[in-house]
Design a protein. Structure first.
Length: 290
């Protein structure tokens, strides 16, 4: 997919009052406040570059961490259909430091992100109960009143986070398998896919354990990824035999990838240099979950 021309971006912004309102905010704390005030009131968009531009435009302008703002953007319902493209674009943009990205990944590995904040900070107009009944129980809101909201990362965010965490510390494999194993099924399998994405960071014994776990997964796309890793370990014949025994037609149709497709240098087993990611480009490999 080719990048969208600048005039198209401006036209889309002019026609979309939600992104125009968000783009007019010049302070990171205020943008966080607005995203906390409503996660679903910003319509829907497939243009993940909008969120990247918002993050870039206010980075470092507030007291709240940049990773926190990135988490709110990634879990905002406006971009809920393109979370794989969004997190890939943020990762490849250079906007966040490695420490920020590590913090963001850890938040996506939690079952849910629980955010507690002063109610009047997010809703300075206070609370309108909409009741004219003078006998109704009173509810006092002051500067000490706290509010709480929960954000549940979408499966593609789990996949990215698991891969980043394992590459950062291969010794966490057992911990990551245990913690992500407690997630809901779609989220658990997405995290397992992410661990398989980063399997080349592991020693052979751990890689084989992870491949066995992947081959037992109920999701066919995860089993196909495990077959890719099995092919790297034992060769195409062993992987083809395992594929032919699978009950799923798509898995049985698995074939060894070419060196260019696997991202490995032919004959060396080394990972090839990563290609530059266009934030507006299609990212088919990262989002089998939506």
């Amino acid at each position: 997919m080719w990048p969208e021309p600048p005039w198209l971006e401006e036209s889309a912004r002019d026609e979309d009052p939600a992104i125009a309102e968000l783009s007019a905010i010049g302070d990171a704390d205020e943008l966080c406040r607005r995203l906390l005030e409503s996660r679903w009131g910003w319509r829907s968009s497939s243009r993940c570059a909008e969120a990247v531009d918002l993050l870039a435009s206010v980075r470092g302008t507030g007291t709240l961490p940049d990773a926190f703002l990135a988490m709110l953007l990634c879990t905002c319902d406006r971009w809920g259909r393109v979370t794989a493209k969004l997190i890939a674009a943020i990762d490849g943009s250079g906007i966040l430091t490695d420490a920020n990205l590590d913090e963001l990944a850890e938040s996506f590995l939690s079952e849910e992100v629980v955010i507690e904040y002063p109610f009047l900070w997010a809703c300075p107009r206070g609370l309108d109960l909409g009741s004219s009944d003078e006998g109704a129980p009173g509810f006092v809101v002051d500067e000490h009143t706290m509010a709480k909201t929960r954000r549940r990362p979408e499966p593609p965010l789990r996949r990215w986070a698991a891969a980043r965490a394992l590459r950062h510390d291969p010794g966490r494999l057992d911990d990551l398998l245990a913690s992500t194993g407690a997630l809901a099924p779609r989220h658990r399998e997405a995290a397992l896919q992410g661990l398989l994405d980063a399997a080349d960071a592991l020693e052979e014994g751990d890689r084989r354990r992870l491949v066995r776990r992947g081959l037992r997964c109920s999701i066919g796309s995860v089993r196909r990824s495990a077959l890719d890793r099995l092919c790297e370990l034992d060769g195409p014949d062993a992987a083809l035999r395992r594929a032919r025994a699978d009950a799923n037609r798509a898995v049985r149709a698995w074939r060894p990838a070419t060196p260019a497709a696997t991202g490995r240098d032919a004959g060396s087993g080394r990972a090839a240099p990563a290609a530059t990611l266009d934030p507006r480009g299609a990212d088919r490999g990262l989002e089998p979950w939506t």
